[in-house]
Design a protein around this ligand. Structure first.
Ligand code: PMV
Length: 332
């Protein structure tokens, strides 16, 4: 029996990863910090078996080929090499949230795939090595392997580039109100966006100042200092999108409702409620606040024209896996 199911949460980057020093190995140009998102998850089953003559990938029950399948097979090849396993796999993956819209679906997808594939192949890797492996599938996936608030140390090479917990999920009761303004897949993948980052005249400045922003963010999390966190999180998000908008060709992930949400967040803050926004590579906005403000803020955001719905997520735990029993395979 070579089958296992992995579970993992997406994460929201508080200090963003944008651009690689090594695109193939996904060694990032700067370090980053994120929070795992409880309540949102990817569940992936990997089943290695001699009946398959190639890897078969199914997302939400639909078979997928092309780039997505090649990225998955490349990660499985690394697992097969390490485990000395010569079997192809059937992979079934499900998300309980919209995919490809800036809710870090590739992070939880590759974190769940990594733990499931290693577990199915009976490879016992340390959390650090699981994080390194997940990174090769999607950079931000290395931050969905450990739990809670996670820092990705950029490193210089495959050995030294991985994510680790800087505070457990229970450390700070923050809420991410995820404002969905579109569920359409984005036009430019983050993989293509990373490759364009160097073409922006602003990227070097963004990278040069990243260690300072990481220090402020790390300290704000440790001290539970929301005001300090809010300032650096918005600055960092704006810097990433400034690079995105000034790359060649320029990209724009925002939609009109994205901007309406940003303005509403500023207005809510002006009225005295602690809150901040951050946006990944998509139009949806992550609005972060202390737990006691979440109901009020979600209700306000739901009223904005163009907002489809608001999901809420608390800090989440690490990726995990279970070895499947025979019956689970039979009932697939
Ligand atoms: O891991 P990728 O290639 O999907 O890149 C993620 C990029 C951002 O979500 C925009 C930022 C981040 O650090 O997660």
């Amino acid at each position: 029996m070579f089958s296992a199911t992995g579970f993992s949460h997406p994460n929201i980057a508080l200090i963003k990863y944008w651009g690689n020093r090594d695109n193939r190995l996904r060694i990032p140009s700067n370090g980053s910090i994120s929070m795992n998102l409880d309540g949102l998850y990817t569940r992936t089953q990997v089943w290695f078996d001699s009946q398959f003559d190639h890897d078969e990938l199914f997302l939400e029950g639909h078979q997928v080929s092309g780039t997505a399948q090649n990225r998955v097979s490349a990660l499985l090849d690394r697992v097969r090499d390490m485990a000395g396993l010569a079997l192809y796999a059937n992979i079934q993956s499900h998300n309980n949230f919209p995919t490809g819209t800036g809710i870090a679906s590739s992070a939880s997808a590759f974190a769940a795939l990594t733990v499931a594939a290693c577990c199915a192949a009976r490879l016992e890797l340390s959390q650090r090595d699981l994080s390194r492996l997940a990174r090769t599938g999607s950079g931000s996936a290395c931050r969905s392997i450990p739990g809670g608030f996670v820092e990705w140390q950029p490193g210089d090479d495959d050995e030294t580039s991985y994510g680790f917990t800087i505070a457990p999920a229970s450390h700070w009761e923050l809420v991410d109100c995820i404002v969905i303004v579109s569920q359409d897949p984005k036009h430019t993948s983050s993989e293509d966006g990373h490759a364009l980052a160097e073409s922006s005249p602003l990227q070097n400045t963004r990278i040069a100042d990243a260690p300072g922003r990481l220090d402020i963010c790390r300290r704000a999390i440790k001290m539970r200092d929301f005001d300090a966190l809010a300032k650096v999180v918005e600055l960092d998000s704006n810097l990433m999108h400034a690079v995105v908008m000034t790359s060649n060709p320029p990209l724009l992930y925002w939609q009109p409702a994205t901007l309406a949400v940003i303005q509403a967040v500023k207005e809510i803050r002006t009225q005295g409620t602690a809150v901040c926004y951050t946006i990944d590579a998509g139009p949806n906005v992550h609005v972060i606040c202390p737990k006691e403000n979440a109901d009020y803020i979600s209700a306000q955001l739901n009223q904005i024209h163009g907002v489809q719905k608001v999901l809420t997520a608390h800090p989440g735990g690490k990726a995990r896996c279970i070895i499947d029993e025979d019956e689970n395979i039979a009932s697939k």
